[in-house]
Design a binder for this molecule. Structure first.
Ligand code: NAP
Length: 244
């Protein structure tokens, strides 16, 4: 085993943006710890693609909303190896107007984005700090930067993660750990499959939804040596749909 190879933990990587991030980071030379929750077939297919391209990938199915599961999955592995990069990407939407929102719809969304960020990051952070190096990239959303009707839960969760990104960036900067967020706009994945393409085209200045690679390239950059002086920032990958 090449002990020099850098390791990246990517959550929610069985499909969509997370899968593209895992593949892009593998292309850049990272070994991958690929987290997901339930879709074993899709996750195995992503692992196979990475391995067929000559990369290394370990599947880590656990629910990021559950601190116990998160620690059980990661702690034994952390004794042998510590990720250089952690990409907090796992998440869900449960859209509805606030007046009709069930408590569970609120809690599920807050727990997946904000809870997931906390559970995963806290589990790995102490060892990363000991190593005095690392990158944390949180996948947020245009919805965390502006208001979207029907998404008070999701907007609150993503705005919360933006705040956490900035605070943590200050906390760990002297340990040479850089913490940034990437805010995608409309990206073609399962999450946005229900949204009409023409509706997206009409809203986005670049006239189309983005691809998962558009987001993955930004994350790959933030995990690279070229981004060594960048921390506490939010990078929009949104085709101009929001210019904040
Ligand atoms: P997606 O295609 O629905 O994929 C979501 C991934 O997250 C899946 O791998 C899923 O695993 C995993 N996941 C969900 N809950 C989890 C949990 N509790 N524990 C572990 N894994 C969990 O979503 P996506 O569109 O790629 O979105 C990825 C991220 O980008 C999310 O944070 C989302 O909010 C953000 N984002 C997306 C868009 C967009 O337009 N698509 C825009 C802005 C931001 P299983 O399927 O295996 O259960």
């Amino acid at each position: 085993m090449n002990t020099e190879q850098k390791l990246a933990l990517v959550t929610g990587a069985s499909k969509g943006i997370g899968a593209a991030i895992a593949q892009e980071l593998a292309r850049s030379g990272f070994a991958i710890w690929l987290n997901y929750r339930s879709d074993h077939t899709a996750a195995a297919a992503v692992r196979d693609k990475i391995e067929n391209d000559g990369g290394r990938c370990r599947l880590l199915p656990f629910d990021v909303t559950d601190m116990h599961q998160t620690e059980q999955a990661l702690r034994p592995l952390l004794e042998a190896q510590v990720p250089y990069a952690v990409v907090n990407n796992a998440g869900i939407t449960r859209d509805t107007l606030l007046a009709m929102m069930a408590e569970q719809q609120w809690n599920d969304v807050i727990n997946s984005h904000l809870g997931g960020f906390f559970n995963v990051t806290r589990t790995v952070l102490a060892q990363m700090m000991r190593k005095r190096q690392g990158r944390i990239v949180n996948i947020v959303s245009t919805s965390g930067q502006t208001g979207v009707a029907g998404q008070t839960n999701y907007c609150a969760a993503k705005a919360g993660v933006i705040g956490a990104t900035r605070a943590l960036a200050v906390e760990v900067a002297r340990r040479n750990i850089l913490v940034n967020a990437v805010a995608p706009g409309f990206i073609a994945t399962e999450m946005t499959a229900a949204i009409d393409e023409e509706q997206i085209a009409a809203k986005v200045p670049l006239g189309r939804a983005g691809s998962v690679e558009d987001v993955a390239w930004m994350v790959d950059y933030l995990c690279s040596e070229k981004a060594r002086y960048i921390t506490g920032q939010v990078f929009s990958v949104n085709g101009g749909v929001y210019m904040g």
